[in-house]
Design a protein around this ligand. Structure first.
Ligand code: PMP
Length: 343
């Protein structure tokens, strides 16, 4: 359990004092009647604003994850959650955030957008947190990603961070569904400084819908809800997420296929001479070290196989998403041909 936690001392004073916009749909919440309160068109089937509080989606997610609906925030992708963390906690030009590269790039871009200074404490060569170095800095927030993008591993020392760090700890679990490790949401009752992010973009196969999730204590969720734009998630996207949640067996089957394919891809890649190393992965991608990442990347693009060149973050590494069985076979065949041409 962390020592003491004073949420107000971490929140920007203007956000703490913010009186949120009250939408027409806040003032009257029934669904029967003549609605002349929101300046909508009376015509058509898509004429009404969506539920600004995403009640049905939160309820369904609450039942699926066994977390109270009051501890759930729904965003326009988890990228909106990242943006809101800066908006709520970090005073531009004054507050700082700690980031641990190599990791997901939006934490830094969003810091730059908000003019928040980034303190960089890189992961070790094994892609683990340098806790002691992190704790020498004071900052409003730290973002950690577990399983981490692009390395694919789960971070081992997040709980130490939760105990000792005197700011908000955001744990990005975009890839948690592909891992056997337990979600940090289980630790929410013990750590009021914890925000866990998840998304419908990966295992739920809904990247086009842009639905991200944050789990945190009620007070933090209430701050997110009052700071977001009122109708941040469209009715269509809420419905798509609800539809996905109503078919948990489809989600589970797809995750199972991806995990089988990940194992096959890992094995196949390890046999190719231009692949030096395949890092173990808890996610739906593999980080692979190759002889020459730039050359292989461009060769694959020419073959119409697009992977992510991460050479600028991790020397000679490509990040390869696990695709369908056919896609993975084609990828392996393309690298096999490349390997032969290189000899
Ligand atoms: N977090 C991580 C670690 C990611 O890799 C990504 C997308 N690549 C996101 C968040 C963004 O998720 P969303 O689509 O929900 O905005």
């Amino acid at each position: 359990m962390m020592k003491q936690f004073d949420l107000q001392s971490l929140v920007r004073p203007n956000i703490w004092a913010l009186k949120p916009y009250s939408s027409a749909r806040d003032e009257f919440t029934g669904d029967k009647g003549i609605f002349l309160d929101a300046n909508e068109s009376p015509f058509g089937k898509k004429n009404r604003y969506p539920d600004p509080h995403q009640r049905m989606l939160k309820q369904a997610l609450s039942a699926f994850r066994h977390i109270s609906a009051e501890q759930i925030f729904i965003g326009n992708g988890s990228d909106e959650v990242i943006d809101l963390v800066y908006r709520i906690f970090c005073e531009p030009e004054q507050d700082r955030v700690i980031l641990c590269p190599p990791t997901y790039g939006m934490y830094e871009v969003s810091a730059n957008i908000h003019n928040v200074k980034v303190i960089s404490v890189p992961l070790t060569v094994d892609f683990e947190l340098q806790i002691d170095r992190i704790l020498t800095h004071s900052a409003k927030c730290i973002f950690v990603c577990s399983p981490n993008n692009p390395s694919g591993n789960c971070l081992q020392q997040v709980e130490r961070l939760l105990e000792a760090f005197e700011g908000i700890v955001v744990v990005d679990e975009a890839y948690i569904d592909f891992s056997n490790t337990r979600s940090f949401t289980e630790l929410l009752p013990r750590y009021p400084n914890l925000i866990v992010m998840q998304t419908f973009s990966k295992a739920w196969a809904l990247a086009s819908a842009r639905v991200g999730i944050a789990y945190a204590g009620r007070e933090i969720i209430a701050l997110m809800d009052k700071t977001k734009p009122p109708y941040n998630v469209s009715a269509f996207n809420q419905q798509e997420a609800l539809k996905a949640l109503s078919k948990p067996e489809k989600y589970a089957y797809r995750v199972k296929v991806i995990l089988e394919q990940r194992a096959l891809l890992e094995k196949g890649l390890q046999q190719l001479p231009v692949i030096h190393r395949v890092y173990p992965s808890d996610a739906n991608f593999l980080l692979v070290e190759v002889t020459d990442a730039n050359t292989l990347y461009h060769y694959l693009v020419k073959e119409k196989v697009i992977v992510r060149n991460r050479h600028s973050l991790v020397r000679n590494c490509l990040r390869i998403t696990v695709g369908t069985p056919t896609e993975n076979r084609k990828l392996l065949a393309a690298i096999h041909t490349y390997s032969k041409e290189m000899i």
